[in-house]
Design a protein around this ligand. Sequence first.
Ligand code: ZN
Length: 498
Amino acid sequence: MPEISKPYRILVAAFGHEANRLNPRLADEELFVLERGQDILRAPAGVLKGLTETLVKAGVTIEPVFSASGGAGGLVDHHFYLRMREELLDAVRRIKPDAIGLELHGAMGTTETPDAEGDLLQALRRLVGPTVPIGVGLDLHGHITPRMLDNSDICIACKENPHSDFVECGQKVAELLIEQLEGRLRPVTISARVPMILPGAGETGSGPLAEIHAKAREYAAMHSSIKDISIYNVFRFTDDDEIGQVVTILSNGPSADTPSIAVDLATRFWIERERFKDDLLTVDEVFELVRSSPDKRPFVIGDMGDRTAAGAPGDGTILLSAALDGYLGLRGAVPITDPVAAARAIEAGVGAAVTLSVGAGFTPGFTPRLVTGLVEYVSDGNFIVEGPVGNGAPSAMGPTAVLRVDRRIQVLLTTKPADTTDPAAFTSQNVVLGDLDFIVAKSGFHFVLNFAGLATPVLVNTPGVGYYRKHQFEFRKAHFWPEHDIASPEITARQHSA
Ligand SMILES: [Zn+2]
């Protein structure tokens, strides 16, 4: 725990959203979980939890402003973004803090800019000047721009995907902020970027990413001036200049070694690029697996194309239709975002039989499905995340109805794109996981951790805007491998001045 010599006041806020520009549903205030003032300290989660708890333990006075969490979804309504930015700037003007600590995502695009975090940090820096430290904890799926790094002192990411270490990331931001305030840290950040995305193999615990992270830890252990190495795997649905894998190194004072280390780590991505591939099953292969492996049930099926966890709308019906038409007898739970169908089912009430067209309200090219079923449960759709990823965070599916179709499939009709990476999304709606053969989660990574011990994870190759496929989506600004032919990128180090 860092010692403090003065009674510091640090302003804290969280503003997070992962913006998938291919999702036509705008992320406006209604889709955010928003808390203000002291409320954000009642039961904080993730980076905010690590940040605030560490500051309090050190004896720092916290000035909480707001926590606005949009999860993942479409582009953020720029007017909403501007209102939140102004609220934050107003708080800074009023409070005049000694430092600012933020939880941001790193891939919050709005309808006007793909780099909202850069805009926000620049506005804060212009207001407070160069002497007030600004510390930020991010998701490693950020689109990290020079503007973000130039306008913050401490800008670091979590290190694990699935993200089991957000709290540790927040703790580190707090510790580094205190060290800087005390004059024991003079943060200097170096970055190196390689113009490529990861078409697959995005987990940090295995494959090439595990090797690159191990090398980063080795470098950090060898150089005492290195305080953090963050490795960003850019969110694949951002369209901006200079997207890519970014390595940042934060050192105490300038270091002669960090530029070459950053370039070496970034170059490893390029060398290993062909290994970043996923092994996905087809829809039929997945259901055959469920049918032929009773001892492994229930399965939890990661619906890669329609991942709400990657900002897709969550309105896909392919898995529902496959289960209803082709795999008679299998019992399962399938979430579908459909505000209209959810409202109709809620209006009909528990016990009513309804026939509804469900799904496909947002994603271009999706097909709705007509279903008849019994309304089994209705609720406001609020729950608290119980698994390690996002533990303790409030999650809002909006008004939700559970419709039992064919007496064996429970369709969760949600108003908002539900975060179904966590079992509580289902159990909070009276769904009993142990009674099922399969559960559909609109997630590619985090559900594996949050369903551990409860269900066998498997990934399915489904269409939709939640999974990158070469040449399927239009990129106007971004130039990257494998979308574009890049022979041999020049990878250089860049120093950022806060
Ligand atoms: Zn992430």
